[in-house]
Design a protein around this ligand. Structure first.
Ligand SMILES: CC(C)(O)CC(=O)SCCNC(=O)CCNC(=O)[C@H](O)C(C)(C)COP(=O)(O)OP(=O)(O)OC[C@H]1O[C@@H](n2cnc3c(N)ncnc32)[C@H](O)[C@@H]1OP(=O)(O)O
Length: 258
């Protein structure tokens, strides 16, 4: 498929989606969000792909929703179109793991999109922020909710109320990103991590992702019960038998995604 605002490549079993609106610092216009959804649909449907990396440019992962596109919207426009929910949350319904590889600015919707991914690898020049308050609005793609869960109320509240950006080091210390890597190594490292995930048992990876995500939405006792049932379910897979046999026989496992 031909895209105008993103580029799409595959690296072995990894799907790489690069946001590509350089003149607007990858501002997330509706066409870009639509294309992102189409690319995710295609990778989800492709049995060869086991994990997905979402990235931007060295200067900007994404500088937020497209302000020029949304500036004149009325309440009725936004409400009737369910602006933001519509299309944006496709990342959160992706069953395959999605790694955000963030360099440069990840602001507003850019930070929110990164947080919709399963984890964030940051380049050492990354900057995260929710600056919506400085343009007279508030985060509308999950920022007030996911940022609190990632960095805690105090830092999230300060960021949302002032628009202050945090750099990669502060983001790692706060738990927003899993790791910081040199800018020049970001894509290789993200693809390497995604390829590692793709090399493992597909059904067990999906179960693990479901179990971790449940921690966001369920009380502890219910989450533990859910985890235990999914853990039990892994024993119904051929890959659990293969993984444990390979360990005992001191060889590499050959997972068949069954
Ligand atoms: C999703 C929601 C609901 O949560 C809402 C949002 O996301 S609201 C948007 C939140 N984001 C912002 O407020 C960030 C806006 N951008 C900036 O503050 C700056 O561009 C910067 C600090 C990221 C970078 O500054 P600088 O290096 O000086 O570059 P600029 O000259 O400002 O930008 C270059 C070019 O990109 C256009 N641009 C940047 N961000 C956006 C945007 N979010 N929407 C539309 N266009 C954007 C900027 O206008 C420039 O283009 P030209 O005007 O020169 O054509």
């Amino acid at each position: 498929m031909a895209y105008e605002n993103i580029t799409v490549e595959t690296h072995r079993h990894v799907g790489l989606i690069t946001l590509n609106r350089p003149k607007a610092l990858n501002a997330l216009c509706s066409a870009l969000i639509r294309e992102l959804g189409q690319a995710l649909d295609a990778f989800e449907a492709d049995d060869e792909i086991g994990a997905i990396v979402l990235t931007g440019s060295e200067k900007a992962f994404a500088a937020g929703a497209d302000i020029k596109e949304m500036a004149s919207k009325s309440f009725i426009d936004a409400y009737l179109a369910d602006f933001i929910t519509n299309g944006w949350e496709r990342i959160t319904t992706c069953r395959k793991p999605v790694v955000a590889a963030v360099a440069g600015f990840a602001l507003g919707g850019g930070c929110e999109v990164a947080m919709m991914c399963d984890f964030i690898l940051a380049a050492d020049n990354a900057k995260f922020g929710q600056p919506e308050i400085t343009i007279g609005t508030i985060p509308g793609a999950g920022g007030t909710q996911r940022l609190v869960r990632a960095v805690g109320k105090a830092k999230a509240m300060e960021m949302v109320l002032t628009g202050r950006m945090i750099d990669a080091v502060e983001a790692e210390r706060a738990g927003l990103v899993s790791r910081v890597v040199p800018l020049a190594e970001l894509i290789d490292e993200a693809v390497k991590v995604a390829d590692k995930i793709a090399s493992l048992s597909r059904p067990v990876v999906l179960l693990a992702k479901e179990a971790v995500n449940a921690a966001f939405e369920t009380p502890l006792a219910q989450g533990i019960r859910f985890e235990r049932r999914l853990f039990h379910a892994t024993f119904a897979t051929e890959d659990q038998k293969e993984g444990m046999a390979a360990f005992i026989e001191k060889r590499s496992p050959a997972f068949r995604n069954r």
